[in-house]
Design a protein around this ligand. Structure first.
Ligand SMILES: [Fe+2]
Length: 129
């Protein structure tokens, strides 16, 4: 069973997928079940990391201030998600990009998440996802 907006990764080829519509089955890639990517939060379960990974909803913008954007370590994408999960915005980044996304989702109703190529998925508000 999957849930809307869960992310899954294939540990063989590196594919990452997002569930748009949930179903009873489990995603499979390269002949094996994919692994659900559990969201983390800087303050709850990654205090040992020096750089911050949780994106910051800030008015009409989602941004990140303190994470490397280098060829071997960078934020691959950021998402803004409404509380009811019916509005989702995604922006992809390249190394050296500034991590900032303009969003039209109600700023009082937003959860943001980011995906680091090394450290995985982080959320701004763990209760909402
Ligand atoms: Fe990272």
């Amino acid at each position: 069973m999957t849930n809307k907006l869960e992310l899954y990764k294939c540990n063989i080829c590196g594919n990452v997928i997002e569930v748009l519509i949930s179903g009873d089955g489990h995603p499979v890639c390269c002949g094996e079940e994919m692994v659900r990517i559990e969201p983390k939060n800087d303050s709850l379960n990654s205090p040992d990391l020096t750089e911050k990974h949780s994106p910051i909803p800030d008015g009409d913008v989602v941004r990140m201030d303190n994470h490397p954007m280098e060829d071997n370590h960078y934020i691959m994408f950021v998402q803004a998600i409404s509380k009811d999960k019916n509005e989702i915005m995604t922006k992809y980044f390249y190394p050296s990009d500034k991590v900032e996304m303009l969003t039209c989702i109600d700023k009082n109703d937003i959860t943001a998440r980011s995906y680091c190529n090394i450290h995985g998925l982080f959320v701004s508000n763990k209760e909402n996802l």
